[in-house]
Design a protein around this ligand. Sequence first.
Ligand code: NAD
Length: 441
Amino acid sequence: MKNSVPTLEERKLKLERLKKVILKKEVLINKALMDDLGKSHFETYLTEVGFIIEEISFVVKNLENWAKPRRVSTPMNLFPAKSYIHPSPYGEVLIMSPWNYPFQLCIGPMIGALAAGNRVVLKPSEFAPHTARVVREVIEETYKPNEVKIVEGGVSETQELLKQKFDYIFFTGSTPVGKIVMKAAAEHLTPLTLELGGKSPCLIEESANIDLAAKRCAWGKFLNAGQTCVAPDYVLVPKKYQHDFIDRLNFHLKNFYGDSPAGSPDYPRIVNEKHFDRLEQLLIPAKIAIGGETSRENKFISPTVMKDVSWSDEVMQDEIFGPILPVIPYEDLDEALEEVAKHSKPLAFYVFSENSKKAEKIMQDMSFGGGCINDTIMHLGNPNLPFGGVGASGMGSYHGQRSFETFSHMKSVLVQKTKVDIPLRYPPYNGKLSWLKMFLR
Ligand code: NAD
């Protein structure tokens, strides 16, 4: 059976319905996120439910405009033709999501894919099973299986899915699995977006407001217990301010989570024992300046800051993806930036500075997916900013209009008239070359 493309009205109605179903099931979603990651309801609303509700509203409001055929100018030699770009759906899209924001990273890309008129096969993460279950409920109450189909499972199910031919693949996850996905896509020449990870630096420049930098850094790092792809992975701080910076981190962390973060209702847990063990091994007792408490039984690692960390330490070899913040003191800013540039291109880059010219120059010179001056993570809060990586942190981007474009093939169409037929292009060419050269120069 040929699948017809839903009209814009149908897509908007379905997205509105999706919003209603999500809000109706908010309590279940909160519970699932609490069970999978110990996420507070506030964090769940901020980074999962509220984020998605806002994205749906934004897409529904603008869809008509984005989906219009876009008229572009036509050169004189093609007179009297007109030219258009028609956004058109790819067809069937495979979306695979990770466990760290298991609701947002599943539903978010799906909104763009459906807004663009595609059908979706959705694969939630097996490591957030409670959320995967509630995602299934939300989808099954909103969409027919020929509109959105859920496939649950782990590595072998993903490998089976990747053998099939899709019209587009959207993968969020680690860089190593991203390479596997890209190889599989190459077999069918399937276009794809890779939303990957990596080590995102946070640079404190010497003019920075150290107190506010520490506060915003602490928030961005320990949100979701550091299990955030755009969390500051490590901090570079002028050597003379390392002590002050850590002191302010300590002050703000106490304000956020109290003297005993294990008892804070706002501090999440590590997703599973495997990640707990991986993270625990990264702790260097002699370098711990804040925190360092762990409980395998409760999958708990307190907000931990390590000082005097060097590039050769184990914790600096791979993305941390947990609540451990290494602080690397530097003496020369250019040398520190050169060191960053020697490593893979990060997903995010943050600079704290009161010198706006310097901060903007650093942001221009470095290569990274996206970032902030004087903040962390908040660039994701603006649906007008495309979100994605570069190099090892990914390819392609989404959110807002960019999601619609990512999931649309831009079809180019030239509409020629039949009343006139300029003979220049037809043989015999004798005597026509000088005319042609007048147009094509
Ligand atoms: P992952 O790449 O380990 O796993 C993602 C999914 O891929 C899994 O659910 C699994 O089903 C599948 N998979 C794993 N190994 C596979 C294999 N060998 N063959 C086929 N499929 C396989 O990622 P994760 O642990 O779920 O998530 C953490 C990573 O995701 C981090 O690196 C993080 O930075 C990144 N991330 C990126 C973004 C972003 O938007 N750029 C957002 C969140 C997380």
